[in-house]
Design a protein around this ligand. Structure first.
Ligand code: 3HC
Length: 343
């Protein structure tokens, strides 16, 4: 299918009672053609690319979701980075460093995808640092012991995969393509978390208890990563109609619980939820109640680590200023050389 690359025509205010100027009519026709093209692509479950016409609300929704997702990856480096120097062996240290670097890479793919929608990375970063942008609730909880590295990998990355595999089919091309690579790396992250917990679970009684304690603390926050219940999710309906979201928040949460039920048995641990069950009538996994007030508090910036995470991000941004300046100066020098060569 050929892409529809429609340039916008500047707005011309019409005099009251006057016939619409030709520029207005041209603009209206371009918009109508663009909308028809967009509707067809969505109905055929095909992809919208950056230069295609898209409704302003679609662009805004994507920017919201992709930038939040990018911020989550970047802030998500913190709880694990704190444990690199305390990892129990050289092997564990190397694995954890690689994982944290992967998360930085995910942030970069996603910021690049968001930039194709017309917002600069600097602007997104400024919004994050100013506390105006959201990032995933999960990263506002503390990582208290080494077993938390296992629980984060198994539960948090596991929930991320469950949520993000369907996003590989998101209707916006750059987002879907970024998600393919991210999901491959997240699978490795989940396995390394599972393996940490398995080793602790098969260790001394104190190590097993440490693993169980970490699972107990991360279970409910991981379930809340999927977002509010469906009847309290204002964005789901439209995002699903636009083929950005493929499954509802509750549907994915239920699938995730089903996956965890099987895996926790292999770990020799338990989920801290006596109400987990498979409902034969609905054919869905159910779980016990979640504290949605706590979720709202975390989103409002009042979670256990919100201020600490933002402060650390600000500090890292300030510390990295000289690197950005050096990179910009080098890029400028290179482009001047290219221009001189071309002249
Ligand atoms: N944390 C913070 N905010 C959340 C949230 C969460 N766990 N869940 C929902 N919200 C926010 C939404 O952003 C929205 O706020 P906004 O309108 O101000 O943007 C509000 O709560 C209402 O929620 P909705 O269900 O209506 O919002 P969405 O339709 O956008 O669904 C979502 C929420 C399922 C998280 C969806 O945005 C999504 O799939 N995002 C992409 C995945 C993502 O961002 N994952 C981050 C996880 S961490 C990660 O990837 C790092 C890895 O290394 C573990």
């Amino acid at each position: 299918m050929a892409a529809q690359n429609l340039q916008s025509v500047p707005d011309q205010p019409a005099a009251p009672g006057a016939a619409a100027p030709a520029a207005d009519q041209g603009q209206a026709q371009l918009e109508a053609e663009g909308q028809a093209y967009f509707d067809r692509v969505i109905s055929e479950d095909s992809r919208i690319e950056p230069r295609d016409w898209m409704p302003a609300a679609y662009r805004k929704t994507l920017l919201r979701q992709i930038s939040q997702h990018a911020h989550s990856e970047i802030i998500g480096m913190q709880p694990e980075a704190n444990w690199i120097s305390r990892a129990p062996s050289l092997k564990r240290k190397a694995i954890l460093m690689a994982k944290v670097q992967d998360e930085a890479g995910h942030g970069l793919y996603l910021y690049s995808a968001a930039e194709t929608l017309g917002q600069s990375r600097d602007q997104m970063m400024d919004d994050l640092i100013a506390g105006k942008a959201r990032y995933s609730s999960i990263f506002n909880y503390p990582a208290l012991t080494w077993a938390d590295m296992g629980a984060i990998g198994w539960l948090v990355d596991g929930a991320a995969i469950c949520n993000q595999v369907p996003l590989c089919r998101a209707s916006y091309g750059p987002y879907g393509r970024a998600m393919v690579r991210i999901c491959k790396e997240e699978s490795f992250h989940q396995r390394q978390g599972f393996e940490i917990l398995l080793e602790l679970s098969n260790g001394t009684p104190a190590q097993k208890q440490m693993a169980q304690d970490a699972v107990n603390r991360w279970y409910a926050p991981a379930l809340m990563m999927f977002g509010p219940p469906d009847d309290d999710s204002p964005n789901s309906k439209q995002s699903t109609a636009w083929n950005i979201k493929r499954f509802s928040n509750d549907e994915l949460r239920s699938r995730f619980v089903g996956m965890m039920v099987e895996q926790v048995r292999v770990l020799g641990l338990t989920l801290p939820d006596s109400e987990v069950r498979f409902n034969e009538d609905t054919r869905k996994w159910e779980h016990g109640p979640l504290d949605w007030n706590e979720f709202k508090e975390v989103l409002a910036g009042r979670g256990p680590c919100n201020s600490q995470r933002l402060e650390r991000r600000r500090q890292a941004h300030d510390d990295g200023a000289w690197v950005r300046e050096a990179a910009a100066a080098y890029a400028h020098k290179q482009s001047m050389k290219t221009k001189e060569f071309a002249a």
